[in-house]
Write a protein of this length. Structure first.
Length: 344
């Protein structure tokens, strides 16, 4: 069995408009047939292929795990813990929420603030959540930036916010985190060969039945949100996660200006640079997810500088940047990414 996944995590999950599919491309004889699961979660799809000698159908367990995760971290479930904490109707947190916050804060420190989950109100103000798409006025934006810079912590099982106006948004880490939770569940059941894809966040464990690595495709940045997908490159993935973040499918245009869904926490405004997508390979999906977003905030030059300054750091060994240079798509890949890229 040879499987290719076309992956681009372009953050459509808030609108439920995801482009990404998991499909069997070619079929060859093998000693064991894979089990395939699919469904919906977090406003998008999930697709899983795994090999299990016991032939277990894990659909109920997968659905239960993802539903429970949404009840903690989803902005699109009215009764989720995150929505209630943002609204101030509770301050009590569970261990899952506390871990998401802790990991988010560690990534914010690591990336020098390029990754920050405290910009929930700003994301909404620009129209990438619940509000109408419009540019906030300068005074409104200044107030939201103040709230986004206020401290947030967990103490004795309760969320403590220095500013009541601070709202959290885990969208740039939650989906990857859910992939890791699923991977941990499969590992605990003794299943060592699988490919899990939740809305473009992919993790691969072991190999396919024929002993070859899983094949995962990265999408070429499209001209607009409705363009047909084209595979830019294919990588061999084994015991690792791949996440791609891009600005070319989640955006809106007004008065001839394209507003990206990627918000720079330093300015509170959509990023404006040549970087179109970033693919990150890491041992964990949550970290690859967070780093892909951070690089999209940094842009090409700052991103490359960050990699050079953190040669042994997480999320820097295998990275692919796709950017626009005077109307031409160009790429920059680290040696680690080149090493796993397959010739087409």
């Amino acid at each position: 069995m040879t499987t290719t996944v076309n992956t681009t995590s372009v953050r459509h999950r808030r609108a439920g408009r995801f482009f990404l599919c998991l499909a069997a491309l070619l079929t060859a004889s093998c000693t064991q047939e894979p089990i395939k699961l699919s469904g919906e979660a977090q406003g998008t799809y999930y697709s899983i292929i795994y090999y299990d000698k016991q032939g277990r159908d894990l659909q109920p367990q997968v659905d239960s795990l993802l539903d429970a995760f949404d009840l903690t971290a989803s902005l699109w479930v009215d009764s989720s813990l995150l929505r209630r904490l943002n609204a101030g109707t509770t301050d009590s947190v569970n261990s899952l929420f506390a871990d998401l916050l802790s990991l988010s804060q560690s990534m914010s420190e690591y990336t020098g603030g390029a990754f920050d989950t405290r910009i929930g109100r700003i994301v909404q103000a620009w129209g990438f959540s619940f509000r109408q798409q419009e540019e906030p006025d300068s005074s409104e934006l200044a107030a939201m930036l103040d709230a986004a810079r206020a401290g947030v912590s967990v103490s004795n099982g309760r969320l403590v916010k220095e500013s009541p106006a601070t709202e959290l948004d885990f969208n740039a880490i939650a989906q990857g985190y859910s992939v890791d939770l699923l991977a941990a569940m499969f590992d605990s059941l003794g299943i060592g060969r699988y490919l899990i894809d939740v809305g473009g966040e992919v993790i691969a464990r072991g190999t396919k039945a024929d002993g070859s690595a899983w094949r995962v495709g990265v999408e070429r940045p499209a001209a607009d949100s409705v363009s047909a997908p084209i595979v830019q490159s294919v990588v061999a993935l084994r015991d690792a996660s791949l996440v791609t973040s891009g600005s070319y499918r989640k955006y809106y245009e007004r008065d001839g200006i394209r507003y990206s869904h990627t918000i720079d926490p330093a300015t509170g405004r959509p990023v404006q640079h040549s970087l179109l997508s970033v693919s990150v390979v890491d041992s964990t999906a949550w970290r690859a997810d967070a780093m892909a977003t951070a690089y999209m905030v940094m842009g090409l030059d700052r991103g490359r500088q960050f990699i050079a300054a953190h040669p042994q750091g997480p999320g820097t060994a295998a990275v692919l940047f796709i950017y626009d240079s005077c109307g031409t798509l160009c790429t920059y890949a680290t040696p680690g990414f080149d090493k796993i890229t397959l010739k087409q």
